[in-house]
Design a protein around this ligand. Structure first.
Ligand code: ADP
Length: 215
């Protein structure tokens, strides 16, 4: 089974939800750069201070800051247990840096799951999205509600709506995705590592297709 994986797709393509399911099924570590960056912002760290304004506006945090921050993660990456990268890499420079780090450890990425999704579906998904500020689990008031409204099933913390989930900011994040991140599809396709999954399919089918791609 493939254990070093990238989840790729626009905001609202359901990467967070599929990551939680794959974590449960396969025990892979879920690494969400957005969640980690939001924690840095909350803790007021040096990276957090530099990243804050970009997160609020829905813009990408500049590559040097992201690479500094992710290289810390790489030092202790669970290469044997396996991991799913969600939200990183997001630019060609980040993808090239990641390949270099992993090649040096002789542990290359084994599969890139690409969840394709259009803006209308993303907007629908994100209206009503709630997430746990503590453990990062993602819910949806209609399609994936928590057992107790407003509370995380995993750790009981009060759920929040993300400040950058407003329609205007989401449209901008989608545009930035199309310009900066979509070229990664071709980059990984050329390496023969990409698997395309239709993000509009129901959750069980998306999970089945994702598991099939990793086996
Ligand atoms: P989504 O996938 O729904 O857009 P994320 O939680 O992955 O949301 O990211 C939220 C924000 O965090 C992004 O809009 C961006 O500001 C920042 N961010 C996360 N990962 C990266 C990255 N790899 N490079 C640059 N900015 C990032």
């Amino acid at each position: 089974m493939k254990r070093r994986i990238i989840l790729l797709g626009p905001p609202g393509s359901g990467k967070g939800t599929i990551a939680a399911q794959l974590q449960k099924e396969l025990g892979l570590a879920h690494v969400s750069s957005g969640h980690l960056l939001r924690q840095e912002v909350e803790s007021g760290s040096s990276v957090g201070k530099r990243a804050k304004g970009f997160l609020e506006k829905g813009e990408l945090v500049p590559d040097p800051t992201v690479l500094e921050f992710m290289s810390n993660w790489m030092q202790s990456a669970p290469l044997d247990r396996g991991f799913m990268l969600d939200g990183f890499p997001r630019t060609l420079a980040q993808a090239i840096a990641l390949d270099e780090w992993l090649d040096a450890k002789n542990a290359p990425i084994e599969a890139v799951l690409f969840y394709s999704c259009d803006l209308a579906l993303a907007l629908d998904r994100i209206a009503g999205r709630q997430s746990c500020p503590k453990c990062g689990r993602v819910y949806h008031v209609r399609s994936a509600p928590p057992k107790v409204p407003g509370r995380c099933d995993g750790c009981g913390a009060a759920l929040v709506e993300r400040a950058d989930d407003s329609e205007a900011v989401l449209r901008k994040r989608f545009e930035i995705y199309a310009g900066q991140t979509e070229p990664l599809v071709e980059y990984y396709d050329r390496q023969g590592r990409i698997v395309v999954i239709d993000a509009s399919r129901p959750p069980e089918e998306r999970l089945k297709a994702s598991l099939a791609a990793l086996n």
